[in-house]
Design a protein around this ligand. Structure first.
Ligand SMILES: NC(=O)c1ccc[n+]([C@@H]2O[C@H](COP(=O)([O-])OP(=O)(O)OC[C@H]3O[C@@H](n4cnc5c(N)ncnc54)[C@H](O)[C@@H]3O)[C@@H](O)[C@H]2O)c1
Length: 255
């Protein structure tokens, strides 16, 4: 047995938003590390690329259809993964949307949709995952928040996104203290600007150069650079870490 145990080998995991970007990178990293991974996104048919990458690293994955805004989907998705692979031990909630609008023009529908996916969606996922894990007496959940949950990004009008991400950080702390005595850790991970389809949106095209310049490291993160810290939080190496928000931002919040 290693002095510091960083292994997730043999564990059963679920990742939401696994068809793209950060969720995909984390699903592949988990599979490479020997976890069996339920790869969840809006449509199971969107998972071909992720499953191909999982197979490339010699891992095992299954595509799961899961709209995170639907509580019934959450329960079914967790049950599907457990039926296929066994008791759920690890979960990463990465599904999310982003868009921008000046606060004075932001419609209630746009505000509500952001909260449904980025805040309520994370809570519903934690609830279904937590129910399973608490029953098994062990588990580790990582919620993908954002540095926008702690800072207001210069030049981006996204009060709905920023505040929904702040909710993710604080719901994480609340669940962490509620569940830790029953063996379940809950942490959030807040990426800085990361090179994913989310940052290829037309409304941020002109800003990506500025994003890189305003990050001390001088560039955006590659999705794999978010996966490493996520694996740390999931693994037994982080056994005393719960309720934390781990900033992975190339130094952005230092400036
Ligand atoms: N890219 C960045 O710079 C950045 C920075 C900070 C935080 N984040 C966060 O990281 C997470 C992943 O973002 P990304 O950049 O990989 O984006 P992405 O758009 O590449 O991937 C997001 C995935 O979530 C899925 N999704 C959207 N709505 C869903 C729903 N209702 N149910 C299930 N799946 C749904 C999409 O289909 C997509 O596959 C998000 O929560 C995002 O807010 C991203």
């Amino acid at each position: 047995m290693a002095f510091v145990n960083t292994s997730v080998a043999g564990d059963v995991a679920i990742v939401t938003g696994a068809a793209s970007g950060i969720g995909q990178a984390i699903a592949v990293a988990l599979a490479e590390a020997g976890a069996r991974v339920g790869c969840a996104d809006l449509a199971a048919s969107s998972m071909d690329e992720t499953l191909a990458r999982v197979a490339e690293v010699g891992g095992e994955g299954v595509a799961i259809a899961w709209d995170v805004t639907d509580p019934a989907d959450a329960t079914r998705a967790v049950a599907e993964v457990e039926a296929r692979f066994g008791p759920l031990a690890l979960a990463v909630n990465a599904a999310g949307i982003a868009n921008a609008a000046p606060a004075t023009e932001l419609g209630l529908e746009q505000w509500q949709r952001m909260y449904d996916v980025d805040a309520t969606g994370v809570f519903l996922a934690c609830q279904a995952e937590g129910r399973a894990m608490l029953g098994h007496g062990r588990g580790s959940i990582v919620n993908i928040a954002s540095m926008s949950g702690s800072i207001a990004n210069r030049g981006l009008t996204q009060v709905h996104y920023n505040s929904a991400k702040a909710a993710v950080i604080h719901l994480t702390r609340s669940l962490a203290v509620e569940w830790i005595r029953d063996g379940v850790r809950v942490n959030s991970l807040s990426p800085g600007y990361t090179w994913t389809p989310m940052n290829k949106r037309p409304e941020v095209a002109d800003q990506v150069v500025e994003f890189a310049a305003s990050t001390p490291i001088g560039r955006l993160a590659e999705p794999v650079e978010i996966a490493g810290p996520a694996l740390f939080l999931l693994s037994p190496a982080a056994s005393f870490v719960t309720g934390v928000d781990l900033l992975v931002d190339g130094g952005f919040c230092c400036w």
